[in-house]
Design a binder for this molecule. Structure first.
Ligand code: UT7
Length: 351
């Protein structure tokens, strides 16, 4: 049998369900995460940057981040693939049963092929649909919403959603306003249909405002820099950020997004069991916690260990909570993120 026949033979019938079998419930059947062993502490930065542990902790809450060793082949494909394998194992699903893989990243090795295609092949989901989703730090939450709707529509049954970024590959480590903030990491979930109609998304939203692109962007050419801010060859392929503007945008947007999503679902802030938020800066998270009067244990913070892992941060938090046994059947979980684009998104679940 030639390989094309093997692939086709594997999955024609499973992908599309007859209308009468269309499920309305969607569950998060498994989760996983993967972090590189390499660590970069605040003390490490002090050795080569004009900064201090005190400044970094006070302004961001970060103490250390993980960092891929590119020479060992550690990258977005490696982290994301490992996170997905763990999520599949947690869901007790064989990779060949996946119908679709959505891979939220802005740091894949190549634009073509999408990292999703190679990850799908490497884990054994050959023939499943696979694409990268470029919504920066919002990538996982966008993917979660799309994956849910693919299943709820009845068109697909088992969808893997990965959020993963290899931030160290795009950081200029001489830029102290950016370098101290980011780390590498990946998280993943596997979504499946369920007859329990109470499970799945209660309210969601996805937004973008490209007019703010120049506050957080990755130039690939000298011509990519905004008017009035001439680029240099050293800045090409390195993340450019106007931290102060992104901070203001984030504090405003995060709170508003939470409020709008709760209103859509007719819920009050204290009815949400877990706020799984993008780990951008501890001060941004604290502002939201204060605005809604949330107890600390409901808005989980792990930025101190991992920094801002972009699309990886939301699924990393979720997987940590799940592995700690803190996510119980029927809990209400709100996923929220914002990032480059500018983009912002929410996904409110009964899990
Ligand atoms: O996922 C979305 C991605 N991005 C974000 O979420 C970023 C949001 N923004 C932030 O988290 C914060 O803006 C930063 C942590 C990036 C910066 O903190 P800040 O309190 O907004 O500092 P700032 O940019 O207003 O700078 C204040 C001062 C400046 O010095 P002068 O001009 O007052 O003399 C900076 O040069 O702090 C200086 N500075 C530093 N000092 C020591 C900037 N970075 C550092 C540093 N160490 N690492």
């Amino acid at each position: 049998m030639n390989p094309a026949d093997a692939t086709t033979a594997r999955r024609p019938a499973s992908s599309v369900l007859p209308a009468q079998h269309r499920p309305a419930g969607v569950r998060i059947a498994g989760s996983g995460s993967h972090l590189p062993e390499g660590r970069l502490t605040n003390a490490d930065f002090v050795k080569f940057l004009d900064t201090s542990d005190e400044w970094i902790v006070q302004r961001t809450g970060i103490r250390e981040r993980r960092m891929c060793d590119a020479d060992k082949g550690e990258n977005a494909r490696w982290m994301g693939g490992n996170a997905l394998r763990k999520a599949l194992a947690d869901a007790r699903l064989d990779a060949s049963e996946l119908d679709m893989l959505i891979f939220g990243t802005v740091t894949g090795e190549t634009l073509c092929p999408a990292t999703a295609c190679r990850v799908a092949a490497e884990v054994g989901a050959v023939g499943a649909g696979a694409f990268d989703l470029a919504a920066a730090c919002s990538g996982f939450v966008y993917g979660l919403n799309l994956g849910h709707e693919l299943i709820r529509s009845g068109a697909y049954r088992r969808v893997g959603v990965v959020g993963c970024d290899h931030m160290s590959s795009i950081i200029d480590y001489s830029d102290r306003g950016v370098a101290i903030l980011f780390g590498d990491g990946a998280g993943a979930v596997v979504l499946t249909p369920t007859d329990d109609l109470s499970k799945g998304i209660l309210a969601q939203s996805m937004h973008a405002d490209g007019s703010g692109w120049h506050d957080l962007y990755l130039p690939h050419h000298i011509r990519d820099f905004p008017a009035g801010q001439p680029g240099t060859p050293e800045k090409v392929h390195k993340l450019q950020m106007n931290g102060r503007e992104v901070f203001k945008f984030a504090v405003r947007t995060f709170g508003d997004l939470i409020e709008q999503t709760l209103t859509k679902a007719g819920l009050q802030a204290d009815q949400v069991d877990h706020y799984v938020c993008h780990q951008s800066n501890a001060r941004i998270l604290e502002a939201s916690r204060e605005r809604f009067g949330l107890p600390a244990e409901r808005l989980h913070v792990n930025i101190d260990h991992y920094g801002n892992t972009s699309a990886g941060s939301v699924p990393l938090v979720f997987d940590e909570l799940r592995r700690a046994g803190r996510i119980r059947d029927g809990d209400i979980v709100l996923f929220v993120a914002f990032g480059g684009g500018l983009t912002w998104a929410s996904s409110l679940w009964r899990v």
